[in-house]
Design a protein around this ligand. Structure first.
Ligand code: OAD
Ligand code: ZN
Length: 247
């Protein structure tokens, strides 16, 4: 088993080295090792909370108190959370020309904090706030203090995509373009349950790799499936990659 794992990691390292155009697609499992819970695994947020009640356009329009409490909790959870070694390795791969861009479903901004530049935030970013009515930007502090929009009195909300809203057109379009021409796509820490992001890996005509703690369901779609944590797999792959470059 150990041998098998090492063999898979070595294969991944060689594919990254040879690819020339690699796109990384991440989900909540990329951030759990930074202390941010995911949604659908055993400790995931959606185990105890119905997303349609708190994270939907309906909740924003009809149940603002609950909506605001939920995103206040999420923003407070983010305090002190930092990118881990895996985020930093991805940023380093971009600097070394090994990764072209990252498409992420995460709203925590950790890829940016780790130093990645070419990022498509497909579900928005929770660290910026806007008014639902007039679109004016507001401060996180104003949202946390339960204030209305300073310009028009409307409801403040984080810049995340809610259930019932569409994804930001340009980010999605850029991600589609990039994955369509990629020679390698590496999908990390997502259950691929949410449309339309779960359609993206299939657009890649090159090699497809899936890295996740839980791997059972996705084997058919991917050329390589690696069971392990994002930080661990990326750290071990980086060691092998450096070894390849020294040869
Ligand atoms: P999920 O919670 O659905 O999936 C996270 C996946 O990461 C699971 O398959 C876990 O097994 C895996 N995982 C957890 N920790 C890991 C680790 N350390 N290393 C590797 N894998 C790990 O989260 P997403 O697929 O990102 O949308 O969810 C997609 C969307 O659903 C989210 O962006 C959010 C949610 O509702 C919106 O809020 C619009
Ligand atoms: Zn306003």
């Amino acid at each position: 088993m150990l041998f098998n794992d090492e063999r898979k990691l070595a294969l991944l390292a060689s594919w990254i080295k040879e690819s020339g155009y690699t796109v990384v697609l991440t989900g909540a499992g990329m951030s759990t090792e930074s202390g941010i819970p995911d949604f659908r695994s055993s400790k995931g947020l959606w185990r105890n909370i119905d997303p349609s009640m708190v994270a939907s356009k309906y909740a924003l329009d009809n149940n603002y108190e609950l909506f605001r409490d939920f995103y206040t909790m999420r923003l407070e959870n983010l305090r002190g959370c930092k990118p881990h070694e895996g985020h930093k390795i991805l940023a380093d791969w971009e600097r070394r020309g090994l990764v072209s861009c990252i498409a992420t479903q995460n709203v925590d901004g950790l890829h940016k904090l780790a130093g990645s530049n070419n990022i498509f935030e497909l579900h928005g970013n929770i660290r910026t706030i806007r008014c639902e009515t007039c679109n004016n930007a507001a401060e996180i502090k104003e949202f946390l203090e339960r204030k209305p929009c300073p310009k028009c009195g409307g409801k403040l909300r984080p810049n995340v995509v809610l259930f019932g809203e569409s994804l930001p057109y340009e980010e999605l379009e850029n991600a589609i373009q990039a994955i369509s021409k990629a020679n390698l796509v590496i999908v990390i820490g997502t259950s691929l349950q949410v449309y339309p992001v779960n359609q993206l890996p299939d657009l890649c005509k090159g090699k497809k790799v899936y890295i996740n703690l839980d791997v059972d369901m996705h084997n058919h779609q991917f050329d390589l499936v690696i069971k392990g944590s994002a930080r661990d797999v990326l750290t071990r792959t980086e060691i092998l990659l450096k070894g390849l470059n020294e040869k």
